[in-house]
Write a protein that binds this ligand. Structure first.
Ligand code: ARG
Length: 265
């Protein structure tokens, strides 16, 4: 994670960003801190990156790499405004070389923004999005780097420009997703792979409810996503609403703030 001390909306590279809307950076930091402290209180280890001036989107740490089983596949950002972030994430993995092998990417991909991993599905399955940011050729590169099957899913709605805005692993083997964010064929693929998949509504997705982080029981979810939280509770999960209204102005929420470190799964 990376605190949003330099967070701002200085450029617009997704449908949510509007440079004319003011951002309260102090409030963003306070909201982020609650997310950080909640994760720590749940017993998870968190590494914090030092924010860098001139990189206002660095708070969205999920985009810096994608890791599975001790291998970190690096990011290469679509837009020049964010490209320096990849080097910072790379330095993190390389400075913990006892735990990580870093694989440099040759094509554009935005890390966990467009990749997710389900250790309990089909022996360990990676889902990957493309259409707005990540190049589809990064999916096969990730498969080679990580040695797990990668299923490509095409995103079609610009509001849901990263996979993690439209789909989340709710536990080790199942997903929650908004079908309307995907092409018809990709929806069929998701139905085939996840017959028990939890289907979210457009309202859930617009409330950034799919941009959640779950440890299999506790589900950190954007506070605006009330309906989805209630449904997840009915299914036996424990939703924990997190208020991240300032970061939403940058087009991100809970999941975007976290790169999951899968050192040994
Ligand atoms: N402003 C950032 C961008 O457009 C938001 C990134 C959100 N991150 C995510 N994992 N969806 O690149």
């Amino acid at each position: 994670m990376c605190p949003p001390r330099n967070f701002a909306v200085e450029y617009a590279i997704n449908a949510w960003m509007d440079t004319s809307v003011p951002v309260d950076t102090e409030l963003a930091v306070k909201q982020w801190q609650v997310l950080h402290d909640t994760i720590v209180e749940l017993g998870h280890d968190v590494s914090v990156l030092e924010p860098v001036a001139g990189l206002p989107d660095m708070v969205f740490a999920a985009n810096g790499a994608f890791s599975v089983g001790g291998v970190a596949y690096g990011a290469r950002f679509r837009y020049p405004q964010r490209s320096a972030e990849a080097t910072i994430h790379r330095a993190y993995y390389e400075s913990h070389a006892d735990q990580w092998r870093f694989v440099a990417p040759s094509v554009v991909n935005e890390g966990e923004g467009d990749f997710t991993y389900l250790p309990g599905a089909y022996g360990g399955l990676i889902l990957a999005g493309y259409g707005f940011r990540t190049e589809p050729s990064a999916h096969s590169e990730a498969q080679e780097a990580l040695g797990r099957p990668v299923v490509s899913l095409r995103l079609t709605d610009p509001r849901f420009y990263h996979l993690d805005t439209a789909l989340a692993a709710i536990d080790d083997e199942n997903v929650v997703y908004y079908p309307g964010a995907f092409s018809e064929s990709s929806q069929a693929v998701l139905r085939q792979l996840f017959p028990q998949g939890i289907v979210a509504t457009e309202a859930d997705a617009v409330a950034f409810g799919l941009n959640l982080v779950s440890d299999g029981r506790n589900v950190l979810i954007n506070a605006e996503s009330v309906d989805l939280a209630r449904r997840l509770e009915g299914l036996g999960y424990r939703p924990i609403p997190i208020e991240l209204g300032e970061l939403k102005k940058g087009g991100g929420s809970v999941k975007c703030c976290m790169a999951e470190l899968r050192a040994d799964q």
